[in-house]
Design a protein around this ligand. Structure first.
Ligand code: CDT
Length: 318
């Protein structure tokens, strides 16, 4: 029996700092209604979808920082989204800032959850690759303080849901081949990735003109090299003076873009994802059991950064 998942991109335009959770949830619900009316099984929202992208500001007061975090999920302000999902029978993937109390200690993560058609959370992912910096750097036009405000997550797990094997990643994770491969090794068939990507990266302004290209490049490569569907969803547009890329799209296991948003505002785009299209890639070119050579890949996990030989010319082998 064919395994189709009708997936909607739930792209968001900018969220102002003054916008409240209930106001944002109204926007998320409007997109969910559209997705449901178009027969979708699942809608994917961006990273940190309940507030503005707050790591762009240095904040000294913990109480102010914590005002951007959710202490419970669902909480009173997000419950209406879960209720609508259950009523419409549609699943969703949502990014938010998570404040979790573990053995009396507060931990803060950049998190995504996967919610099934019954409104139950079936998977949670905490962002592993936190970009940016940990200290205030006033020379930048805007900050990127994810390393200050979040702890990194620890794993890329997958879950059986929506008739297939699903995984999540968040924004900067999509630039790293390890993200996709760890899930690929668990048989992932559909990877959901929300993002907030400024056009301008202060330490590397020479990349600015390439920001949309790099987005597509990594999403397409990750899909093809692991024989998986990939869904990339932006929070786009000029948010508090910072221009963020759009470019939300759905990539087939062939690496082809099959659906894409065309604006930088709240917008839906859809694809009928046949999970069985993964099979020919997973069984042939990327049959990992047959073709991978893990004994040649030791450095991937043994080494974090580049090390040169003493003469500085060749990579060391140990
Ligand atoms: N949110 C996020 O991870 N954004 C980063 C910006 C990189 S520049 C510090 C990204 O990789 O898109």
């Amino acid at each position: 029996m064919a395994r189709f998942v009708n997936v909607a991109i739930g792209q968001l335009g900018p969220i102002a700092r003054s916008e409240t959770r209930p106001q944002v949830v109204v926007r998320l619900k409007a997109l969910m209604h559209q997705a449901s009316a178009m027969g979708c099984d699942l809608i994917v929202y961006p990273e940190l979808a309940l507030t503005t992208f707050f790591p762009r500001w240095y904040m000294a007061e913990q109480a102010e920082i914590d005002s951007f975090f959710e202490r419970e999920m669902p909480g009173p302000e997000t419950q209406p989204l879960f209720d609508l999902a259950r009523e419409l029978g549609i699943g969703f993937c949502l990014g938010y800032a998570e404040l979790s109390l573990e053995q009396g200690r507060a931990h803060r993560y950049n998190t995504s959850i996967l919610v099934d058609r019954a409104g139950a959370i079936v998977a949670k992912y905490r962002k592993v690759h936190l970009p940016g910096h940990a200290e205030h750097e006033p020379w930048r036009r805007f900050q990127h303080l994810e390393k200050r405000y979040f702890e990194p997550g620890e794993s890329f797990d997958v879950v059986q849901a929506f008739g297939g094997v699903l995984g999540m990643a968040i924004c900067n994770d999509r630039r790293w081949p390890e993200t996709y491969r760890v899930m690929g090794l668990q048989g992932v068939e559909l990877i959901l990735i929300g993002y907030n990507t400024p056009v301008h990266n202060p330490p590397a302004p020479e990349h600015d003109d390439l920001s949309l290209f790099h987005n597509q490049l990594v999403l397409q490569a990750g899909a093809y090299q692991n024989g998986s569907w990939v869904v990339g969803v932006a929070k786009a547009g000029i948010e508090e003076g910072v221009d963020q890329i759009g470019g939300s799209c759905i990539i087939a296991p062939s690496g082809e873009i099959v659906a894409a948003c065309t604006t930088k505002g709240d917008e839906i785009a859809l694809a009928r994802c046949d999970l069985d299209l993964c099979n020919s890639y997973k069984r042939t070119t990327f049959n990992f059991d047959v073709h991978r050579q893990p004994s040649a890949y030791g450095m991937i996990v043994e080494r974090k950064g580049v090390r040169l030989k003493a003469d500085g010319t060749l990579f060391a082998s140990d």
